[in-house]
Design a protein around this ligand. Structure first.
Ligand SMILES: [Zn+2]
Length: 260
């Protein structure tokens, strides 16, 4: 067995133990609160169009999203186009969207040691609270989905949840050390598959999380078009409650850990 397979199987066991422990402690399960499941829409990085296009589509359906923000990237331009600026961040927050954490510098957490991870947590909290007075992110997504046992262990101290990019539906008492999520990317977009996932989530009384980056007519390989985003959001909103990660976590009674 390779080291990776060994750590994966250990991790699978840890997930099961955590879930059983939660059941034993009487934590509410997703299906107790949302019998037809719940759905979250999230954006990583975040490009300006994630808010101007993606956020506007969510709002038209009465929903709000979660923006995983690396505050060092404010006002920069990269492969995903123009990223958020300070006013985008404030407007998204004012509009009821969640501003969450994606490290300060978009760090590949799988290659970082504990001091580097803690430094990123602190820098991003300081960076975001300087733009939105007093706001400290309570949920996290791993840049590149790259994680490690050390990263999961350290970051769980500071965030109520950490989202990865492993596909899957979060069930019962979800593993908040690495939440499952599905991408919505133009190159692999299949509306029938998206609808099937939403239907399956409803049957399972699960928590389905989607993520993308830019939402624009000519998206990067990591984004989608407004029409594709609209198709997923509108079907989701007709099927299940749509809530930011923050609201699902709060309803499940997951404690917000200490401030960095
Ligand atoms: Zn990212």
């Amino acid at each position: 067995m390779t080291d990776l397979a060994q750590s994966q199987s250990f991790y699978d066991v840890a997930r099961k133990v955590r879930r059983k422990l939660g059941q034993f402690l009487g934590q509410p399960q997703i299906g107790d609160i949302w019998p037809s499941g719940v759905i979250s829409f999230t954006f990583d990085d975040f490009p300006k169009t994630a808010f101007t296009q993606g956020g506007a589509i969510l709002e038209r359906h009465g929903a709000r999203g979660t923006y995983y923000t690396a505050s060092k990237l404010v006002g920069t331009v990269g492969d995903l186009g123009t990223l958020f600026d300070m006013e985008d961040l404030r407007a998204a927050h004012r509009g009821g969207h969640e501003i969450a954490c994606h490290t300060y510098s978009h760090l590949r957490c799988s290659e970082a040691d504990e001091p580097a991870l803690v430094s990123e947590v602190r820098s991003n909290a300081a960076g975001i609270s300087a733009i939105i007075e007093g706001h400290v992110p309570r949920n996290f997504a791993f840049p590149y989905g790259a994680t490690s046992p050390t990263a999961r262990h350290v970051l769980k101290r500071y965030y109520a949840s950490c989202r990865g990019i492993q596909p899957g539906i979060n069930r019962k008492i979800p593993d908040t050390a690495e939440l499952y999520a599905y991408s919505v990317y133009a190159g692999t977009f299949d509306e029938a598959r998206m609808r099937a996932l939403i239907d399956q989530n409803k049957i399972l009384s699960g928590w389905l999380i989607f993520y993308t980056h830019d939402v624009t007519e000519a998206p990067s390989p990591y984004g989608c078009t407004p029409q594709q985003w609209e198709a997923v959001v509108s079907y989701a909103a007709r099927t299940s409650p749509v809530l930011p990660v923050r609201d699902v976590i709060a309803a499940l009674g997951v404690k917000s850990p200490r401030l960095p």
